[in-house]
Design a protein around this ligand. Structure first.
Ligand code: ZN
Length: 245
């Protein structure tokens, strides 16, 4: 079983009329519902309203893949919690950052750049182009698919060059964007997916659900271990990993 924790700041869906209509129980609930159809996944959710924003070392140590959606409340996530997420990824936990989570603290701490971008809320049509059809995350997706309306994100997207660019978004307003970015950080894998604005039903689109489900399986850890910095003995002593105290 892959233990998945879906984290949502859960703000717009309580106050914004459009978001409330589309995601009455929160974006995290919609994502949980479609992932629960996968019998290999064990799903939990957490929100900013939970104690310590739903993040602790124990929770993360029992999480194989963390999915993160946030937008207006990034600053309310304590640094301590954000660093816990970063360190868990460095140990090997998988992470998927959705849409406006590009500005979340854990994402920025993992990538080390501003993660700024250009944006516009005009309901552009977005065409998502698959650049890596052989990749497990894009399995089952055709050459491209269309979102009738999405928030426009545009370059420059201030991120390190992705280890793999899996999707490019093109918008009817003219922009192009690196919409599916895969990284390795330490022992962990993290995937950024651009679509997912709160006032459009993006998380109900089958292709988006397929990509998120595929990504959960792909970033799930195969190795999870904190990497330390030991002073070690010469290999001839027969105990090469013994720390010299
Ligand atoms: Zn948005």
């Amino acid at each position: 079983m892959i233990r998945v924790l879906i984290w949502n700041e859960f703000y717009h869906e309580k106050f914004d009329q459009d978001a409330m209509k589309i995601y009455p129980d929160g974006i995290h609930k919609t994502i949980a519902d479609f992932l629960r159809s996968d019998e290999e996944l064990e799903i939990r959710t957490a929100t900013l309203d939970d104690e310590n924003c739903g993040i602790s070392k124990e929770i993360l140590s029992n999480t194989d893949v963390l999915i993160w959606w946030g937008h207006m409340r990034h600053d309310l996530v304590p640094d301590e919690a954000a660093f816990m997420v970063r360190d868990a990824v460095l140990e090997g936990m998988g992470a998927i950052f959705l849409h406006s989570a590009h500005h979340s603290k854990p994402f920025r701490y993992l990538l080390g750049t501003s993660c700024n971008l250009c944006w516009r809320e005009s309901g552009d049509r977005e065409v998502l182009w698959v650049t890596e059809p052989s990749h497990p995350i894009t399995r089952g997706i055709d050459r491209y698919f269309v979102l009738e309306h999405e928030e426009t994100y545009g370059e420059p997207f201030v991120i390190p060059t992705p280890d793999k660019l899996l999707l490019i978004g093109s918008f009817s307003g003219g922009e192009a964007f690196r919409s599916g970015c895969l990284y390795e950080r330490g022992n962990g894998k993290l995937f950024y997916l651009q679509p997912g604005h709160e006032t459009f039903p993006t998380f109900k689109v089958p292709e988006i659900q397929t990509i998120i489900r595929n990504a959960v399986h792909y970033v799930a850890p195969s190795y999870r271990q904190q990497t330390t910095c030991p002073k070690v003995r010469n290999i001839d002593c027969g105990e090469p990993y013994v720390d010299i105290l």
